[in-house]
Write a protein that binds this ligand. Structure first.
Ligand SMILES: Nc1ncnc2c1ncn2[C@@H]1O[C@H](COP(=O)(O)OP(=O)(O)OP(=O)(O)O)[C@@H](O)[C@H]1O
Ligand SMILES: [Mg+2]
Length: 427
């Protein structure tokens, strides 16, 4: 293999794989630099070519190790849960071993999204030390190669585990024998959510393209970065005070870009400024736009990437988009993952593209073939996926509920205010 590259607008090469590896080692060639793609006859970013991406030490999307993805983003209801389930299914149908994990401590519903109404074990069994090993609470799903760790729904107190419990959880996750582990995070920017986002190998921020959602997702990324930097520099009061004064004030407004804050820090502490730059360079959350109605909306969604780059000096990797599609809503009502409920829908097709191109990095002909393979396999699995039958009427809170006696919203005789308990109660 030999390739031409473009570094700072200068064309260089051809380089062999080994020569390119040396350039990467010297820091002369980055994932953002361009490579001439023979098949497509165009310049593309190095990160978009699978073989080339292997050269970079911090690349995460290969299936060689346990890759922990955390799907977050701040705004509620943007599709984190439905995407986690369907991405998990897509990867599993390609033969990868996948575990999807409900890390939404306040409103666990990933299991219902998969059509599993009464999970045999939940995170609560691990949390309450009834099960010491995460492997013991892994649940089978109707999809081969796909396991689920269910969240602990309706259980008081779980919404606030100690930091040490979260660490134990993440460390054990890494020991599970899987190619991909996907964490479905809750909404908001509380420490519980942020800590999981930061502990994962790769954070994925999901947002819809509306301005409000974009604003919240920006804040989510900003708060995540702040948490990381404040932890790293907790013993350096000068740095902390500069960060708090300028970039991360309590009002939430940024008085200065992070780049200019680093310059201010450089004047008082060169080493700290360099180390901060290094941390920022390594923090690369990915972006998924969901509920997209048009190409125009994709451009609007990209404003988030620009803001993150300009104000926080962070590079965001755009993983792809999923179309807005009524079939997703229908699938949720029927407690079926949307790719299974309708593998031919617009949303399923855009998701297949996101998985193969954005996540696995397949491009050109191989990307096209892989996308078709995902959809074909999902269509096969859909034929045997169990159906759920639900009553149409409102769910009334009563003693017959699975969570009676263990639900903070329990008030008897009123419609159930906890949507994830709904399907369990309806049975
Ligand atoms: N691409 C889509 N097209 C249409 N509707 C969608 C799409 N994605 C998600 N939805 C709808 O949005 C609703 C919320 O999705 P989901 O529960 O996955 O969001 P969430 O981000 O996990 O929410 P929360 O923050 O409460 O956990 C779903 O009921 C689904 O019907
Ligand atoms: Mg959710």
């Amino acid at each position: 293999m030999s390739v031409f590259v473009k570094i700072k607008d200068k064309q260089l090469g051809p380089y062999s794989y080994q020569e390119l590896k040396q350039l990467v080692g010297q820091g002369a060639f980055s994932k953002e630099d361009l490579i001439f793609h023979e098949e497509r006859q165009e310049w593309v970013k190095a990160a978009q070519i699978e073989e080339i991406r292997q050269l970079f030490p911090d690349q995460h999307y290969s299936a060689t190790g346990r890759t922990v993805f955390a799907v977050g983003g701040g705004k509620g209801g943007v599709g984190k849960t439905v995407l986690t389930a369907s991405i998990g299914i897509g990867l599993a149908t390609l033969g990868y071993k996948v575990v999807i994990v409900d890390a939404d401590l306040g409103g666990a519903n990933l299991h219902t999204c998969m059509g599993i109404l009464e999970p045999e074990y939940t995170f609560y069994d691990f949390y309450s030390l009834q099960k010491d090993n995460l492997v013991d609470i892994l649940l089978d799903t109707p999809i081969e190669n796909l396991k689920l760790i269910s969240g602990a729904c309706g259980t008081l107190g779980l919404a606030n585990p100690r930091y040490s419990q979260k660490l134990k959880f993440i460390n054990q996750l890494r020991r599970i024998n899987a190619d991909f582990i996907l964490l479905d995070l809750g909404a908001g920017s509380s420490f519980n959510v942020i800590d999981f986002f930061l502990a994962a190998d790769q954070g994925i921020a999901v947002t819809s393209p509306e301005p409000m959602a974009i604003q919240e997702t920006f804040n989510f990324i900003k708060i995540s970065l702040m948490r990381r930097l404040l932890r790293e520099f907790k013993d350096n009061p000068q740095v902390i005070s500069k960060l708090e004064q300028n970039a991360f004030s309590e009002s939430g407004r940024m008085a200065a870009t992070l780049e200019s804050v680093i310059e201010q820090i450089r004047i008082i502490d060169t080493k700290a400024a360099e180390s901060m730059q290094h941390t920022i360079d390594r923090f690369k959350p990915s972006l998924i736009l969901n509920m997209v109605h048009s190409q125009e909306e994709i451009k609007e969604g990209m404003a988030l990437r620009t803001a993150v780059e300009d104000l926080l000096s962070l590079k965001m990797d755009y993983m792809g988009y999923v179309d807005y599609d009524d079939s997703v809503r229908k699938a949720v009502k029927e407690l079926r993952p949307f790719v299974i409920d309708n593998p031919k829908s617009k949303a399923s097709r855009s998701l297949a593209k996101l998985i193969t191109i954005g996540l696995l990095g397949k491009t050109g002909w191989s990307g096209f073939k892989e996308k078709r393979r995902v959809l074909k396999h999902i269509t096969q699995d859909a034929k045997t996926y169990p159906a759920n039958s639900l009553k149409e009427s409102d769910t009334i809170c009563s003693v017959q509920c699975f969570y009676w006696g263990d639900c903070e919203y329990q008030n008897g005789g009123y419609p159930c205010p906890v949507r994830h308990l709904d399907p369990i109660f309806r049975r």
